[in-house]
Design a protein around this ligand. Structure first.
Ligand SMILES: [Zn+2]
Length: 511
């Protein structure tokens, strides 16, 4: 009898102790999506146990993936701290994004309100809504935790427990696992602030479809005010893109779970507006258009680009990204890689996987060339990357010239390796060397890639990415049997390519 009782205690009590230890030093947050007023959400939290006389509480100035200050602290109001008896403790707002809290060791609860940020983000940061949060009572919420949740500068790298009060028929679509405590309450954990901000959530009546691509579970979640059964149609499109990406990436997708959170807003405009922000295991895609027929086309570009970010920066990134500072981030010099190579894969994959014709591929090269001409192409790409916050006027060139640098690097690698190695292989090698948990030093990457490939590649990086030599597009496209007319911007196949040019073309784009 005694033994049985002891065993019983062992079984029951030990998990309790583990849970108690696990939660003792967490940030414990409560977010109420049910009782909001004026599209404002009530947020409160208890800080981790500490002995601090004071602490600086921070809401991000900007987030990874964007290179402009968005000042998420501006949506926070009614900030108060109280002790265990409910008595107010002194707080001071230091600037747009931070607060000084006195007697932090006595603080039991901090509470504040957060306003919907979409309208002002659109005005201030043109189409950067995908990084912000929006709430419509009893209808839908898109949450990027950087606008709802913060951290103390003195207490970083601490887990988060978030309890969310929500409408009983709402479902949390996210890459994180939300657990239902009861009909109106979900709980979710994140190992640290970085992971929480990296995992947005869409709360609504579910319109969701799950896919299995190889070993990867993919959630496709769709929201539109009127159309409530569209995730299946979209999932069909995404499945096609992802299967091709899987083949392009050598047979496996480098994530176990991934979520597409797609928010579609009907409007009277012609064409469509697309805004996406990539995360390690999910992407937020926002579309606005007068006609739903644009969505599949828009998805092909936006979803494909955002998903390719699982390669870089998720698996290949510098220390600046690994240790991201949400208040004063230091920029890496390798945007040519994070955005340029990602956009290059997005235009290269469709031709390599025979999803489009050679003419379509020529057109996409022409679009990039035309786009590049809108910018100052006499600037060093590594310097521009370091200064991406100040040089917003040039930022979009990382998607234009950046992608064309990918074209040239791929052709050069194929040329040097007799067709055997291209940028696809290079990215695989870099993923193996680094991966999600390991970063490279900004100033060593070019030498590391050179060691993995050919000495000539160091010259390529020096001339066209570090220095300011014009991109050798004409010369390089000719190596693969294309003519690029610099005056008109037209790209066409050469009428009589030789065997060497044809072999290089075959290795490069499978044509
Ligand atoms: Zn991107």
């Amino acid at each position: 009898m005694n033994t049985i009782i002891k065993l019983f205690f062992l079984i029951v009590i030990i998990p309790e102790i583990i849970i108690a230890q696990k939660t003792k030093n967490n940030y414990k947050y409560n977010i109420d999506l049910l009782h909001m007023s004026n599209d404002e959400v009530r947020v409160s939290f208890s800080p981790p146990k500490n002995n601090l006389k004071q602490g600086r509480f921070i809401i991000p100035k900007l987030v990874p993936g964007f290179y402009q200050a968005m000042n998420f602290g501006q949506y926070v109001s009614h900030f108060t701290a109280t002790d265990k008896n409910g008595k107010k403790i002194l707080t001071e707002r230091l600037d747009k994004n931070s607060w000084l809290i006195h007697d932090l060791n006595r603080v039991k609860k901090i509470s504040y309100q957060v306003a919907d940020g979409w309208d002002s983000l659109e005005k201030e940061s043109n189409e950067a809504r995908s990084a912000g949060s929006m709430f419509i009572k009893d209808s839908v919420s898109v949450i990027n935790y950087n606008s709802l949740v913060g951290y103390f500068e003195e207490m970083k790298d601490i887990p988060y427990q978030i309890t969310i009060t929500k409408n009983k028929n709402f479902y949390a679509s996210s890459a994180l696992n939300y657990q239902q405590k009861n009909k109106n309450t979900d709980i979710v954990w994140a190992k640290d602030y970085r992971e929480l901000v990296d995992s947005p959530v869409l709360y609504s009546v579910p319109d969701t479809t799950w896919l299995k691509i190889g070993h990867t579970k993919v959630l496709v979640s769709f929201y539109n005010k009127k159309e409530r059964h569209y995730s299946k149609t979209i999932a069909h499109e995404i499945e096609n893109i992802l299967k091709n990406q899987q083949a392009y990436l050598g047979g496996t997708l480098p994530v176990n779970k991934y979520a597409f959170l797609i928010y579609y807003e009907s409007s009277n405009e012609n064409g469509y507006l697309g805004d996406g922000l990539e995360h390690s295991h999910s992407t937020v895609c926002l579309y606005r258009s007068g006609n739903m027929k644009f969505i599949p086309h828009a998805l092909n570009r936006v979803a494909s680009h955002e998903f390719f970010h699982v390669v870089t920066p998720l698996n290949i990134h510098s220390g600046e990204i690994q240790h991201y500072d949400f208040l004063n981030p230091v920029m890496s010099e390798h945007l040519w890689l994070y955005e340029g190579m990602t956009e290059y894969a997005t235009i290269h994959m469709p031709i390599k996987q025979k999803m489009i014709s050679l003419e379509d591929f020529e057109k996409s090269l022409e679009e990039k060339i035309k786009g590049m001409k809108e910018f100052d192409n006499t600037l060093s790409f590594t310097e521009m990357s370091k200064k991406s916050m100040e040089r917003q006027d040039q930022y979009m060139n990382f998607y234009m010239k950046g992608a064309l640098l990918g074209v040239c690097l791929d052709i050069r690698l194929r040329e040097l390796s007799n067709g055997k190695i291209g940028t696809q292989d290079l990215m695989q090698m870099l993923m193996k060397k680094y991966g999600a948990g390991k970063y490279f030093n900004d100033n060593e990457l070019f030498d590391e890639i050179t060691k993995m490939t050919y000495p000539e590649i160091r010259t390529f990086f020096r001339d066209y990415i570090e220095d300011t030599q014009p991109i050798p597009l004409k010369e390089y496209l000719e190596k693969a049997g294309f003519n690029y007319d610099e005056a008109t911007g037209k790209v066409t196949t050469l009428p009589n390519p030789d065997a060497k040019q044809l072999a290089l073309r075959k290795a490069w784009i499978n044509q």
